[in-house]
Design a protein around this ligand. Structure first.
Ligand SMILES: Cc1cc2nc3c(=O)[nH]c(=O)nc-3n(C[C@H](O)[C@H](O)[C@H](O)COP(=O)(O)OP(=O)(O)OC[C@H]3O[C@@H](n4cnc5c(N)ncnc54)[C@H](O)[C@@H]3O)c2cc1C
Length: 297
């Protein structure tokens, strides 16, 4: 472990928000230090069909948009460090970022860590089945001939179902009676022969069925219902991913934002407005703010 000399800007997270910030900073001639702890492109890897990102009249799958972002970032010379930032401090007028490759310092910091999924909290999941219970789908998009149950009633649940139903049988379990996704997603799901939808059906237990499958025990108004599935996907909502920010840092963060040294961009701060264009706009705005501050000083 060693300390590195301070950078002008560090960015944590290389999803759409972090990438947009990094690309614009490169255009100003700055060389931001960008960390990505998982996959460049972030949550977008899961999106079935992005139809609201301007410039693509037919829409395009999330992974295809990620590939374009990556090409653009490469062309602009964005360098991404594959490392998870585990802790961030504010000390002596600098941000200190701890990662497995050492401790890094920066004068400005862009936080683009996105969100993390809300887990199943009321269900006991046997440890042997942990790898069959997922909250995102990018790792199983190549599967075919499997049965996959999805719990949820919003855009993510229905988008996951459409994505996975191309090559698999999908069941959506909605514990309530109301569907909360875009009407066009609901219509597409209704037309898919590979998707079954159960309303008012609550998943109440998970066990092992034969051949490593999951047994899902549900309660519905007509009584109990059991089904088997190869995978279970929770689409139960998401919350800001703040795990690398200790409480002492969070307390100071408002002041650092006001001083235009710290920027929260994208899904991490956008509440229900979690969309790629908004995340990209945030990233761009942060980069412009940093440039403005540097050129004024
Ligand atoms: C199923 C689905 C469908 C969607 N469809 C659409 C759509 O049609 N149109 C649309 O506009 N949007 C869509 N979205 C939303 C879109 O994916 C998000 O709004 C966008 O990805 C947010 O970008 P972000 O950069 O803020 O966060 P994210 O994409 O979540 O990226 C955050 C990145 O930060 C990294 N990270 C987190 N913590 C650390 C750390 N400590 N150290 C290093 N790296 C870290 C993560 O690994 C991740 O790569 C969809 C999302 C889902 C789930």
């Amino acid at each position: 472990m060693h300390n590195h000399p301070p950078h002008e800007v560090a960015i944590v997270g290389a999803g759409p928000a972090g990438l947009a910030a990094a690309m614009q900073l490169r255009r100003y001639g700055l060389n931001p230090l960008v960390f990505e702890g998982s996959r460049v492109g972030g949550l977008l890897w899961n999106a079935n069909l992005v139809e609201n990102y301007p410039g693509f009249p037919s829409g395009l799958p999330g992974p295809a948009l990620v590939r374009l972002f990556k090409r653009q970032a490469d062309r602009l010379g964005v360098h991404i460090t594959a490392d998870l930032v585990t802790n961030i401090l504010w000390e002596d007028g600098l941000f200190r970022l701890q990662a497995s490759q050492g401790t890094f310092s920066a004068r400005h910091l862009v936080l683009a860590m996105g969100t993390r999924p809300l887990p199943f909290t009321t269900l006991q999941i046997p440890p042997v089945l942990h790898d069959r219970v997922l909250y995102e789908v990018h790792s199983i998009l190549d599967l075919s001939g499997k049965s996959i149950a999805i719990v949820g009633a919003g855009d993510a649940a229905f988008d996951y179902a459409l994505n996975l139903s191309r090559k698999n049988q999908v069941t959506i379990l909605n514990r309530g009676g109301r569907i909360k996704c875009l009407p066009l997603l609901e219509e597409r799901v209704a037309l898919s022969p590979n998707i079954r939808y159960y309303s008012n059906t609550a998943l109440v237990g998970i066990g092992s069925a034969s051949a490593g499958e999951l047994q899902l025990d549900c309660l519905s108004p007509t009584g109990s219902l059991s089904m088997s599935a190869d995978y279970l996907v929770g689409a139960l909502g998401r919350e800001p991913r703040l795990d690398c920010l200790p409480a002492v840092f969070r307390q100071k963060s408002r002041l650092l934002v006001q001083r235009k040294l710290l920027y929260f961009v994208g899904d991490i701060k956008n509440g229900m407005f979690r969309q790629t264009s908004i995340a990209v706009g945030d990233g761009l705005q942060a980069a412009m703010g940093i440039h403005h501050r540097l050129s004024a000083s």
